[in-house]
Write a protein that binds this ligand. Structure first.
Ligand code: GDP
Length: 301
């Protein structure tokens, strides 16, 4: 929890400071709502989501006959928590109690896919699970070697082919190796070059098909990795990837490097996808399972 709070400190200090000044106003009026809108949009909550939040706040103020701005904070927290939990309430990871769990990671270059895979491999290994990595980003120079460095650091096997080879073949081999070695979890990296979007999306679909042919209810998770510091761009990427593959959740990296952590709310609300993990730094332990209530708490502590 402490790590979560400090990782979010840039967001919380700017957002809370700003929201605080709104809540310190002398009365609830149009100007106050407008200021709140500006603050939320500035924190990357997104225009649509911001308008919805402020609309709901107006309704609650009316219904509950709230008079003082100081009374607004718990109401605002409630609204944000509600948006973050989403309609399906789905949040945790789909890890098989028995047999192999296959997790695909997709996302554009540089967002932190490889780092996240390393961090997650470490987490699951510490829980006593046998983890294998598949180096499915055969396109980006150095991606395979970088994954191998993580494999060595964490102490898990990495299945790799040569640079430029077919990612679906790597993932296929990953599944065979995982079965042969009795692994519990296979984490698969994939390419993230957006320069050739059509090819990339076809490649991801093929990886998906190959996994499904081997294990009908897999991949058990397809996690889209997004960089929180890219703001509304991240939403755009999410739309592109969601069209190609069935994304089951989001990993939001570099939340430590931005004061605009409101992007979490926009992602959940505008994409309907749960944020499952957040990256709060470059080190192996800097990955946290995302908990909506903890996030709100960190924002308004
Ligand atoms: P990939 O191209 O998507 O595989 O991205 P990488 O895993 O190589 O990460 C790109 C850069 O982002 C590296 O310098 C990582 O150390 C850094 N990075 C990844 N996750 C985080 C995070 O949560 N916080 C911070 N501050 N840096 C991160």
């Amino acid at each position: 929890t402490q790590k979560f709070v400090s990782g979010l400190s840039k967001t919380s200090s700017s957002l809370v400071g700003a929201v605080g000044s709104v809540l310190n106003r002398s009365k609830i009026d149009e100007e106050m709502y407008e200021e709140l809108e500006d603050i939320l949009i500035g924190a990357d909550v997104g225009v649509n989501t911001t308008l919805e939040i402020v609309d709901r706040l107006r309704r609650e103020v009316k219904e509950r006959k709230v008079k003082e701005p100081a009374e607004l904070q718990p109401i605002l927290s409630e609204i944000l928590a509600d948006l973050l939990r989403g309609e399906d309430g789905q949040q945790g990871m789909n890890i098989q109690a028995e047999g192999l769990t296959v997790i695909l990671f997709v996302g554009v270059n540089g967002v932190g896919k490889t780092t996240t895979i390393g961090k997650l491999a470490n987490k699951y290994k510490r829980e006593g699970k046998k983890v294998i990595l598949a180096a499915g980003d055969t396109f980006r120079a150095g991606a395979i070697e970088q994954l191998e460095v993580w494999g060595e650091r964490v102490g898990v096997d990495v299945i790799r082919h040569q640079a430029g080879s077919d990612p679906a073949a790597v993932v296929f081999d990953g599944i065979q190796a995982a079965r042969a070695r009795g692994a519990d979890i296979l984490l698969c990296d994939t390419a993230g070059r957006l320069q050739n979007k059509v090819n990339l999306m076809e490649e991801l679909k093929k990886v998906h098909r190959v996994v499904k042919r081997e294990i009908p209810d897999a991949p058990h998770e397809t996690l889209l990795v997004l960089d929180a510091t890219t703001g509304q761009n991240a939403l755009q990427q999410a739309k592109i990837f969601s069209e190609a593959v069935d994304v089951s959740g989001i990993v939001l990296t570099k939340l430590d490097g931005t004061a605009k952590g409101g992007i979490v709310i926009a992602i959940r609300h505008e994409l309907g996808l749960p944020v499952k993990w957040v990256g709060l730094g470059e080190k192996v332990d800097d990955l946290q399972e995302f908990d909506p209530d903890q996030y709100i708490h960190a924002l308004f502590q």
